[in-house]
Design a protein around this ligand. Structure first.
Ligand code: PEP
Ligand code: MG
Length: 827
């Protein structure tokens, strides 16, 4: 008998045509050392003279007799194609059994197959099973493995019939409800759809029923509480399995409500939506382009199965908790319907069939990472091949959930980066500042990332470039094949896959309204932001290069409130020389023509890594050598930059600002060095300020205020340090909202300390450019708001419409709120 092992069986594959299917089988045989790959040509040669389709979805490609010497060792390989491939006109193969036989050993396989030929249900079982061992057992004639509940053909005696009512059939959400319910009972519960039978406690097997709207199901149960279980399930079906009538997406309300001003959309789309967090408002309609994907690298084999099982359990646990938090967060912001998908993701992780299959692979000497990857990928491929669009769409969710676990089982490696050369919506896991700095806004119409939050640098840059963006969509985003047409709604934080004509028309109407509003604001952009009761708030811009200095003036900014000089250091081999920096700062001052600019000294570290600076590898880079700390330990670099700033300062209105000051002593040292450099250069003194972005600086604000001319609040970092939530964290970043009362109270304390010392306070973090943030910050006494260039005209217009008395009242109520959501809800 031919030995057939699971390695020679590929489950849940797809093939473009017969040749592709044969090539996949040949790859399996070659990889196992059974044949010379040229035997594939021999198989194709046979197809040219004979049809190897047996019937009942089974084909048996095999080579020509004269090529037997290309066979090293008699073997068969099986490629399962649940969606089928055309073998000959009118013949669709779903099980491709490729035979490489030196003599007649394969006859036994053929005889076993002959049995299957007469049994449609059996052929169906082999074409759809998720378990390679089932095929191995059937073809080798060995005893089939103990039947899994979901593979059992028989219904239990007790049961009822029901018809699937939901428009999208038994898709992930209702199936999750059913699983949740079924798990509450000890009874074994089966769901039959035609020839397929599923375990009601396994989401995957329920999805694999392919039960579309109108499908007639038989639900049966056996066990002590079977009667109660069936009654509960019948009632749940009657109630619609928690399906909403309208399955169109509602946008996650106020995910980043700061961006809900002009063009904000609480859209409901007909196309399938992927939901993320609003990062930069606006719409984009274009094909997607996948930037680069972080790959999780893992070992293939591992000797200690018990250890690997523990690792798998731990990874599943961690991922489950992450999903729990996500669920709660989305539930709070957008309600139970939106949050339900994360419950489905959790179900994937607890799916008994999947976990068992992964452990079986571990038992065969595979590592936990390899086993888990194999199991979820195979099942996701299988779902993806389903004809029902809603069910096949669940492949993205399964991959998303699977990938979440995998990240805890391997090492994450960043792939090669490449940028698009055609207009597109760029998809990425996340983007580093140097990636984003290279983006061409003419080609990148929209930006969507799997990770990240609204204060990540991806978001900052997207807003600066006025590119509509959605962040934190989840790993499933990266499964969208390059070229897929999508509609991105940055204000709502959603991506609509295959938008309908209605979706497109809706977006076009909103785009037109946004354009009209922006044009009206742009016409008034040079008017100062004077509130109706006569208070003045300066609106300045955040920039990172000379072109943006020019653009900021054009956009109506009254100066530059933050020059992120680190961007002058990225995408090069060495730091810019002193002369180069003088030229850059001078060009900016020329563009600003007398308007002030705050030049922040180099703020690297954290997520802003510059390879040639050989920054230390740290466990917690955001708590490591960042900002001023890095400059003080690389004094040459710091002095060079200060020399350049002072040399350029004669050409305009320069202010210097030090980032990441945590302690008085750091400021004193930085000031001393700056003063020494100024004296060397022979420049006039300039105003010196610091970023307030670390809670210790807030608490020391009374002392710090005596030593500087101004404060600028970095709400992005202040938020992450106050809430202890990494601004880059794939899950937590979304909650790191600068309008949290904890952050606002720190700002209030800072402003009071500054007022007492007679210095002014600005803000340059993300919430300064958020309509709610601008109102609250100005009400707290922040006098200058430094925002992304595209936001300048809108924020000025908003302030002109408001009254300072109202903003103060709003700020007072915001300080008394319990969380950011409450602040966001204030009127
Ligand atoms: C901030 O932290 O809010 C800030 C403006 O600085 P950066 O985003 O560059 O860290
Ligand atoms: Mg900062």
């Amino acid at each position: 008998m031919i030995p057939l092992t699971s390695e020679l069986v590929a489950i849940g594959k797809t093939a473009t045509d017969k040749a592709d299917a044969i090539a996949q089988a040949v790859d399996l045989l070659t990889a196992a050392g059974k044949i010379d790959p040229r035997y594939g040509q021999s198989m194709m040669g046979r197809e040219a003279v004979a049809n190897t389709f047996l019937g009942n979805g089974i084909a048996i490609p095999h080579g020509l007799p004269q090529d037997r010497d290309l066979i090293h060792d008699t073997a068969i390989a099986v490629v399962q194609l649940p969606a089928g491939v055309e073998w000959a006109p009118g013949d669709t193969a779903r099980l491709v059994v490729a035979i490489a036989a030196k003599s007649d050993e394969h006859l036994q396989v053929l005889s076993n197959l002959t049995d299957v030929l007469g049994d449609e249900a059996e052929a169906e079982r082999l074409a759809t099973t998720l378990d390679a061992a089932v095929i191995v057992a059937r073809l080798t004639g060995a005893e089939p493995p103990a039947p899994r509940p979901e593979a059992a053909p028989e219904d239990f005696a007790q049961g009822f019939d029901v018809v699937v009512r939901g428009a999208h059939g038994l898709h992930a959400r209702p199936a999750t409800t059913l699983v949740d319910l079924a798990k509450g009972f000890a009874a074994e519960i089966r769901v039959r759809n035609g020839a397929r039978v599923a375990n009601a406690k396994s989401l995957i097997s329920l999805l694999n029923l392919g039960a579309a709207q109108g499908a007639a199901l038989r639900i049966s149960a056996e066990g002590e509480d079977a009667t109660a279980a069936l009654a509960a399930i019948a009632a749940a079906f009657e109630a619609g399995l928690e399906e909403e009538e309208d399955t169109g997406a509602a946008a996650p309300e106020a995910a980043t409500p700061g961006l809900t001003g002009a063009g904000a959309s609480m859209a409901s789309y007909e196309g399938r939506t992927l939901v993320g967090i609003s990062s930069s408002p606006g719409y984009a309609l274009a094909p997607v382009f996948r930037f680069a994907r972080d790959e999780v690298v893992f070992d293939t084999d591992a000797a200690d199965a018990a250890f690997e099982n523990d690792r798998l359990e731990a990874a599943l646990q961690t991922a489950w908790h992450e999903l729990e938090e996500l669920h709660d967060e989305v539930w709070k912001k957008s309600g139970p319907a939106r949050a339900a998908i994360f419950r489905a993701h959790q179900e994937f992780l607890h799916d008994p069939e999947m976990v068992e299959a992964a452990k079986a692979l571990i038992g065969q000497g595979r590592s936990a990472g390899f086993a888990w990857h194999q199991v979820f990928s195979e099942r996701a491929d299988m779902l993806a091949s389903m004809k029902d669009a809603v069910l096949s769409g669940r492949a993205i969710d399964l991959r998303d959930a699977g990938q979440r676990v995998l990240q805890h089982l391997g090492t994450v490696q960043t792939g090669e980066t490449h940028l698009p050369s055609v207009p597109c919506i760029l998809l990425a896991d996340d983007l580093t500042p140097s990636d984003t700095a290279r983006l061409d806004p003419a080609l990148v119409r929209g930006l969507a990332t799997a990770q990240g939050g609204p204060t990540s640098h991806t978001s900052i840059i997207a807003r600066a470039l006025d590119i509509p963006a959605v962040v934190g969509v989840g790993a499933g985003l990266l499964d969208l094949p390059t070229g897929t047409s999508v509609l991105l709604d940055g204000g709502a934080g959603v991506i609509v896959v295959a938008p309908t004509a209605t979706d497109i028309a809706k977006a076009e109407t909103a785009m037109a309204a946004l354009k009209t509003q922006r044009e009206a604001e742009a016409r008034e952009r040079y008017k100062p932001a004077l509130t109706v009761d006569g208070a003045r708030v300066e609106v300045v811009a955040n920039i990172s290069d000379v072109a943006e200095a020019v653009a900021s003036v054009e956009a109506g900014a009254e100066g530059v409130g933050l020059l992120r000089t680190e961007f002058l250091f990225v995408n090069r081999e060495a730091p810019p020389s002193e002369d180069e920096q003088v030229a850059i700062y001078s060009a900016m001052l020329e563009a600003l023509n007398g308007l002030p600019i705050i030049i922040r000294t180099l703020d690297v570290g954290g997520d802003k890594e510059i390879p040639y600076l050989r920054m230390p590898v740290e466990q917690n880079p955001f708590l490591g050598e960042r900002g001023i700390r890095f400059c003080l330990s690389h004094e040459d670099l710091f002095r060079t930059q200060l020399r350049a700033i002072y040399r350029a300062s004669a050409k305009g209105h320069v202010r210097i600002m030090f980032p990441m000051i945590a302690m008085v002593q750091e400021l004193d040292t930085a000031r001393r060095i700056a003063e020494e450099v100024r004296a060397e250069v022979g420049a006039e003194p300039v105003e010196i300020g610091i970023m307030i972005e670390i809670p210790s600086a807030v608490m020391m604000a009374p002392e710090l205020a005596k030593r500087v001319d101004f404060f600028s609040i970095g709400t992005n970092d202040l938020t992450q340090y106050a809430l202890a939530m990494d601004r880059m964290h794939p899950v937590l970043a979304k909650q790191a909202d600068g309008l949290h009362p904890a952050v606002l109270r720190l700002i209030d304390f800072t402003v009071r300390a500054a007022d007492a010392a007679g210095i002014w306070v600005g803000a340059c973090g993300g919430i300064a450019g958020d309509p709610m943030g601008a109102a609250v910050l100005s009400g707290l006494g922040v006098r200058e708001l430094s925002v992304s260039i595209p936001a300048v005209a809108g924020i000025k217009a908003q302030l002109r419409r408001s009254s300072m008395a109202e903003n103060r009242d709003l700020a007072r109520r915001a300080l008394a709120a319990v969380d950011a959501a409450e602040v966001r809800g204030l009127k």
